[in-house]
Ligand binder design. Sequence first.
Ligand code: FES
Length: 130
Amino acid sequence: MEDFYREYILDHYRNPRNRGTIEAPDITYEDSNPLCGDEIRIDLTVRDGVVDDVKFSGRGCAISQASVSMLTEMIEGMPVDEVKQITKEDVLEMLGIPLTPVRVKCALLGLKVLKGGVYGIDGAADDEDL
Ligand code: FES
């Protein structure tokens, strides 16, 4: 079963979904992984409280890129209030393979950026608060 998840992660890394930027986003946020300096930016447009469009850009390892790619797929069409409820456990479950603590930081970078954006507060998404 882990093989399936590994393939799934690699597929998202090689063929990222929703990669790019939005010209006039309602929400834009970027942040980095303090351990490696990799940065991710997420742009969102919101219509009637629902995520209408989402794009991500930046750079990072396979886990961070695959994780944010999956996350963008997950939140398209989701009410922003529900996006706020996504937990780190949700993201780790979505990835589906055991990760070392360093890799967990990689996996959660996208969520940290997303939470920073939807809460609109700098630093709101400290890993401990996810
Ligand atoms: Fe930088 Fe994974 S090594 S995000």
